[in-house]
Design a protein around this ligand. Sequence first.
Ligand SMILES: O=C(O)CCC(=O)C(=O)O
Ligand SMILES: [Fe+2]
Length: 397
Amino acid sequence: MAESLSKPVQELIVSGGELPEKYIHKKGEHAATDVSYPPIEVPVIDLSLLASQSAAGEEELGKLRSALGSCGCFQAINHGMTASFLDQVHEIGKQFFALPIDEKQKYARTIGDMEGYGTDSVLSEHQTLDWTDRLYITVYPEDKIKLRFWPENPENFRSTFHISLYKAKMNDDKSAKLFASHFSAPFSFLFFQVSLGGDLVDDELSYKAWEILNEYTRNLSLMNEFLLKSMAKSLNIEEDCFLKQYGEGATMIARFNFYPPCPRPDLTLGVKPHADGSTITFLLQDKEVEGLQIFLDGQWFRVPIVPHAILINVGDQAEIMSNGMFKSPVHRVVTNSERERLTLAVFCLPDAKMEIGPVEELVDEKRPRLYKTMKDYVAIYFENYQLNKRPIDAVKI
Ligand SMILES: O=C(O)CCC(=O)C(=O)O
Ligand SMILES: [Fe+2]
């Protein structure tokens, strides 16, 4: 069946608790029949300690190794970003999903493309859909940012409108230039308040939103590099060996996940069980509403919220590079009937042209090579994901 697009979950009119059939997980498909799963104690790692050359730093390194080798994730604290900054990052997503549908649809993804505003790709009549709407955008590096989020025509009414509006307010050439350079970026949705209201105060807000997401990306990109080095150090191998597989064209993809309340949490899932195709994933959880669960030792555990910590998990590509020393955890999201939930996942991905595979130092007689070497794991990932298979199994030896 050719791909089709489904209606945003937010737009579904669900009356009397009846759900459209395609969101209902049939028996045996891990439906969340009970939301009171036991909590998992996700290790908390202090990044500022991890960066220090001290006994305490060594201790954090040991914690990192054991966390990533067991549950495959940890809560990062002291990461250098303030609580109010992270609240603002979260607010960007909240504001986007609060827009009227017509406004959001301007950024809708199209068939065959991952990026944009949308829902699950519908590839089969038998597919059970996730109870979530997403906004998926490449945030790094700048030259990989797809301009489709911004009208191509510079004469576009909205763009001229915005710039002149800003100039009129600032009456300052430097700021106007800065704004114009940001303005040509694809994060056009960040200017949504302007296009809606067209009022000067909103204009400033939008400008800030763009800055915030950019700043967040910059911070995560540095954290990614630092963590890949720390991960190698924790295994007593050359510090750069994971980074070397990254290549020049590494990317970061942000996915705002919006989970509207669902009348039947016992029949649906916000996201079906999966492991990430990234090297590592940074998750900014909802500050108040839980939903994430991890599958470990044959059962599901809920992941408690640690406000303003970043939940960092191993993705398949780090499991492959580490020859299975680090585990890419299977996780899912359950729904609830009361409150909406918004999270932001940022996936770090190596250059698709680079060969990735187990680092030589981690392969020996006692620990034979577990995975093949390959390029473009993301393509392998989606091929298998769509067939309902665990992608990493396809590259096991
Ligand atoms: O929303 C969450 O808690 C997790 C989302 C997730 O697993 C993903 O985006 O890959
Ligand atoms: Fe995930």
